[in-house]
Ligand binder design. Structure first.
Ligand SMILES: [Zn+2]
Length: 194
């Protein structure tokens, strides 16, 4: 698996994809951001997936990844608590919104014209640059009322979250859990027929 495609980027939302940087494989919880280099690779992965600010902040992350990582990990913990609660039918807490606003205030976002388009750029201390951008993405996500469509994957061994726009989706992705489920039911049917 290449260093970029080991991250399950299912949502097109960096804040939610960040929560999905912990996965379960063969019954064990795996940390995908266990080092500053992992964080840089994650940033490269979301940039490749289409996040413009991830490409713009790449240089800062590369240079300051060691001091940036703890802030991103803290943010991930806050987001996971509320996103899982929302997936179970709860509401996003005011406390999370406060924390997101504070994270942005630590590296306030400015706009800069790049390649003819306004690009978001965190100002202030580099260590807060990435958490500020992710917190901003989470605020957008919350304001667009998408948390109501948050769902947990139907595979009880999977901890991934996704946005279910159709109201009928069951799996984090067909390729990760859907096909596995299909193969398992097929095997059960075959065994039953014998
Ligand atoms: Zn899954």
């Amino acid at each position: 698996m290449s260093r970029l495609n080991r991250f399950p980027l299912l949502t097109g939302r960096p804040s939610l994809d960040l929560v999905n940087t912990e996965v379960v494989r063969r019954g064990k919880r795996i940390e995908l951001l266990s080092s500053p280099a992992d964080l840089l690779h994650w940033c490269e992965a979301i940039a490749a997936y289409g996040s413009r600010w991830a490409s713009e902040v790449h240089g800062i992350v590369e240079q300051h990844k060691i001091v940036i990582r703890p802030h991103v990990m803290q943010l991930r913990e806050w987001l996971r608590t509320d996103f899982e609660y929302a997936a179970d039918g709860g509401n996003i807490s005011d406390k999370l919104v406060d924390r997101l606003e504070q994270s942005i205030a630590q590296a306030p976002l400015a706009f800069k014209l790049q390649a003819g388009e306004p690009a978001l750029l965190p100002t202030g201390q580099a260590e807060f640059a990435l958490s500020s951008l992710i917190a901003y993405d989470a605020l957008l996500f919350i304001s667009e009322r998408h948390p109501e469509a948050l769902k947990r994957c139907s595979n009880p061994d999977c901890i991934l979250l996704f946005v279910d726009d159709s109201g009928r989706r069951k799996w984090c992705s067909m390729s990760i859990c859907g096909n596995r489920h299909k193969a398992a039911s097929f095997q059960r049917r075959q065994a039953g027929e014998k």
